[in-house]
Design a protein around this ligand. Structure first.
Ligand code: AMP
Ligand code: MN
Ligand code: MN
Ligand code: MN
Length: 288
């Protein structure tokens, strides 16, 4: 039963996408939860990349503060040559099967990072692997974000945006293709752990209209539930576009800041999530 029968779930300040230092964020899970609470978030999800080890701490911190909390994860997926992120919400974070399946998704990150370091060395950037590792709170989850922090900190790049223009992306030094989970595996592992699957930040993928429709059709056929319509990285135009696609495919809509840490990106803050159009069903109707 909803806590407030009849209340509009859109009035709940929800932020259903965020990261802690368990993946590529900079705050501890408990610090992140405290910050969400300070920022006025009323329903909060921690969705670390490919790892759920931060959820126990986050659940405890949220319970102390009386903040409603949704255990989540963001699974890395390879769909053809495109990397996608699928957010799982409402998962049982104690599910041993989910732990095992995520460990498989994480495997290979260290080897990939070593190769990224070797590539960067070839263009004159020495010590990137070791440098990135310093920023990785969890070495098994070393990611491009940690390389980005190293490249900015050492003055090779102006900011993170500069990094993802000149390095670490396809065709640029430091890009190492990787086989993540398959789309069906990601949806299954989320659903088998009791969660619902959401396509994260769809505006980020370089897919043409046809490919995007194919993806969303496949995702729906696999039992996918929603589309992240509101995310920091969407413009108003993106939001309108993905709201329309949510209508077309019958998806529920999600929203989250994708916060990684204080000062990490301009205008990204916990709870700073655009309001969804009135006719969409917010995925958080399930959690309030
Ligand atoms: P990885 O899982 O190692 O491929 O790293 C992916 C992470 O890099 C994402 O979760 C983001 O945190 C970060 N990232 C990727 N592309 C960008 C971008 N264009 N701007 C800022 N951060 C990005
Ligand atoms: Mn990230
Ligand atoms: Mn993502
Ligand atoms: Mn994210």
């Amino acid at each position: 039963m909803p806590a407030n029968p009849g209340a509009d779930p859109r009035d709940v300040r929800a932020d259903l996408h965020s990261h802690s230092m368990i993946s590529d964020g900079t705050l501890r899970p408990a610090e992140l939860v405290a910050r969400a609470h300070e920022q006025g978030v009323e329903l909060f999800a921690l969705t670390d990349h490919d790892e759920i080890a931060g959820l126990e701490e986050a659940v405890a911190a949220a319970s102390r503060l009386g903040l409603r909390f949704v255990p989540g994860v963001e699974v890395s997926v390879s769909w053809g040559s495109t990397t996608l992120h699928i957010v799982g919400l409402g998962i049982n974070h104690r599910d041993p099967g989910l732990h095992e399946r995520l460990a498989e998704v994480r495997a290979g990150r260290v080897r990939r990072a070593e190769e990224m370091g070797e590539q960067l060395a070839r263009v004159g950037i020495e010590g990137a692997f070791e440098g990135a590792l310093i920023y990785a709170g969890n070495p098994q989850m070393i990611s491009r974000t940690h390389f980005a922090r190293f490249l900015v900190e050492t003055g090779h790049c102006r900011d993170v945006k500069d990094v993802f223009t000149r390095y670490l992306v396809e065709g640029k030094p430091g890009f190492v293709p990787h086989a993540w989970a398959a789309l069906d595996e990601a949806v299954d592992m989320i659903q088998d752990a009791g969660g619902v699957a959401i396509v994260a930040h769809p505006g980020r993928y370089k897919l043409n209209e046809l490919a995007l429709h194919t993806l969303l059709g496949e995702f729906r056929d696999l039992g996918g539930t929603g589309l992240e319509v509101a995310t920091s990285n969407h413009s108003e135009r993106d939001m309108r576009r993905f709201a329309e696609l949510a209508r077309e495919f019958g998806f529920e809509a999600s929203g989250g800041s994708d916060f990684h840490g204080p000062g990490e990106s301009e205008n990204v803050e916990l709870g700073r999530v655009a309001r969804l159009p009135a006719d969409l069903t917010p995925v958080w109707h399930r959690f309030v």
